[in-house]
Design a protein around this ligand. Sequence first.
Ligand code: ACO
Length: 322
Amino acid sequence: MSGPIRARLTGVGGYLPRTVVTNDDLAQKIDTSDEWIRTRTGITQRHIVSGDETTASMAAEAARQALEQAGVNADDVDAILVATSTPDQVFPAVATQVQALLGITRGFGFDISAACSGFVYALASANSFIQSGLAKKVLVIGSEVFSRLLDWNDRTTCVLFGDGAGAVLLEAGAEDGEGVLSTHLHSDGRSGDILYVDGAVGCAGTTQHLKMLGREVFRHAVVKLSQAVDEALEANNLTGQDIQWLVPHQANLRIIDGMAKKLALPSDRVVVTVDRHANTSAASIPLALNEAVRDGRIQKGDLVLMEALGGGLTWGSALVRM
Ligand code: ACO
């Protein structure tokens, strides 16, 4: 008798906008400095969209790369899940735009809104679709144009974010102990007011800018990410020592270092992109994964722990054997 259906991760991809904005570039426009940004966050630069770059175009390019690496035809994709807080349009969903850009005319696609935790939410959802037999091949994408949400005169937020997209392909058919081992999702709406976008289309009197109480978010991140990591380890009877790679949401180097310390992971086992990408919200984990798989750091068989916290609050973790 065959075991339960399990999902494995067979391809990764990423896209970063052509335009790079350094901390010094920002310091020419607002009252900040490279030193302040670097020491508080680890960020030195970010990519920002220009010209024809959109949430959908970046998502489609990242997805194309993931399919190519997996050796899978776009036509064989059953579902596309795009985690984003910055769709190009209210609808159609970015996922269906990606479907059209890739020439896919079957299956289904929709977007997931869970802010910076979006990729973990999308991965968990795709995994469930595969486990239930609803889909066999699912593109899981995080794509964001946070530069559109920022108040570029607010130095407390605009220095922290960047644009980009990352993607993975999940396919049914993992062996026991391989692929997505477990996912863990949480949210608590009571803290919605510490990190949010003020309004949406049609909300009169709103700025539609990102607002954040940075210290409060930091405090929640340290506690809740710790809990999510413990949960993933406990669910699989593992300890921090068993983890080969931490691929965290890239919000702030201090938060990332704190999680590595908790797991007793040396820094060369933690994938860091926040220095060059800044916080790309739902795109940050797949972008980091893409980088470390393509440069050969993450190898087949490695145990990878992902974790994220974002507006909502939402948070979660996922454990994947590559
Ligand atoms: N440049 C120069 N000075 C600045 C800047 C800036 N860009 N931004 C704020 N300051 C000033 C403040 O005005 C303040 O000045 P004051 O003391 O004269 O009032 C001073 O720097 C300290 O400000 P704090 O907000 O207290 O700085 P803090 O050390 O807490 O760092 C930061 C701020 C980096 C946002 C930190 O709180 C943080 O990382 N929080 C986590 C939030 C986060 O990462 N959010 C991302 C989205 S959520 C997620 O993805 C997890």
